[in-house]
Write a protein that binds this ligand. Structure first.
Ligand code: PRT
Ligand code: ZN
Length: 294
């Protein structure tokens, strides 16, 4: 392995893997897959990807085995609480793989707020996050550490409650569990090693984070085009979500009508389009933006 190349640790397979790859590809990184399955080289940039289990990512970044890493903030938080003196930093919040870490109890169990958890057994894969949450509340429970299949713990009689990742809620429902408390909200983070990084690698980091920011911005941004009577311009502009000063162009041969073009930094919902039409806008188009750079 060439140590002068920037190394980014990502999840090999699982819920973070596809979105991590998507982000890298959208940022123009050309991934050259190979048989080893542990390292992928990036063409034309001094970057290698290290493909590992998500749980190993904070440790690898902390030790400098990888310079950067993409991991769920739930996994990073658990690691940070376990390693309080660690200086791994969060370079970016990436906004994907969003989920919650929640406490749930069997549907038939009586639940009257967190005091119900006093003396209870709670199964989780996140003993540090849960332990801190309970300590801050002044509640004493027994934490049963499990790796996988946490949701079956109450049925098996191992625990009275669970604390696990919830996304759609389908797993809780299928196991007869009701969500009671959300103790942590998670999304993917880009981590940076606390170890020394060469100036060349720092330049590469700055280049790709600028691109990541561009990818994020363009995902959240739309280009909107519409026609409207000039007298409705003020109302139309007010309705455009997160818009910068719009471009207004007179429409050839249509007196009093203008075309309005604008970049919107928020989602444009159907409701917004209906409101625009109600104030007189027609031919409303909402277009995705492929790339952006400030
Ligand atoms: O093999 P490896 O160790 O790399 O992967 P893993 O199995 O430990 O993790 P993986 O791929 O399941 O999740 C990786 C990360 O994705 C997590 O650390 C979270 O940050 C994030 N994430 C987002 C999720 C979910 N959504 C999710 N739904 N992680 C897990 N789940 C599981 C949850 O544990 C539960 O079993 O999905 C179930 C709940 O989902 P719903 O939709 O039924 O509520
Ligand atoms: Zn894992």
């Amino acid at each position: 392995m060439d140590k002068s190349r920037l190394r980014i640790a990502i999840q090999k397979s699982g819920r973070l893997a596809d979105d991590s790859m998507d982000l890298l590809k959208s940022a123009g990184l050309k991934i050259q897959k190979n048989k080893s399955g542990l390292f992928y080289r990036i063409k034309d940039l001094p970057i290698d990807l290290l493909l590992v289990r998500d749980d190993d990512i904070p440790g690898f970044v902390s030790e400098g085995i990888a310079d950067l890493g993409i991991v769920g903030s739930n996994v990073f938080k658990e690691f940070s609480l376990q390693n309080e003196s660690d200086d791994t930093s969060i370079l970016m919040r990436l906004g994907f793989s969003r989920c919650k870490l929640s406490i749930a109890t069997p549907n038939e169990a009586k639940y009257e707020g967190t005091k119900t958890l006093e003396g209870a057994k709670i199964a989780t894969s996140y003993p540090e996050i849960l332990g801190k949450y309970l300590k801050d509340l002044g509640v004493t429970s027994t934490i049963v550490e499990m790796h996988g299949a946490v949701e079956v713990a109450p049925t098996l009689g191992i625990a009275d409650a669970i604390c696990d990742i919830v996304s759609s809620g389908a797993t809780l429902e299928a196991n007869g569990l009701t969500q009671q408390e959300t103790i942590f909200k998670s999304e993917a983070f880009l981590l940076k090693t606390p170890q020394e990084i060469s100036p060349e690698k720092l330049k590469t980091i700055s280049r790709i984070t600028t691109r990541f920011e561009g990818v994020q911005a363009s995902r959240e941004t739309k280009y909107i085009m519409l026609n409207a009577p000039r007298e409705a311009l003020e109302k139309v502009t007010e309705l455009l979500p997160g818009a910068e000063a719009p471009t207004v162009i007179p429409l050839e041969g249509q007196d009093g009508m203008v075309a309005v073009h604008s970049v919107c930094r928020e989602s444009v919902f159907w409701e917004t389009m209906e409101k625009l039409r109600n104030v007189g806008a027609t031919s409303i188009l909402v277009l995705p933006i492929e790339k952006m750079m400030a």
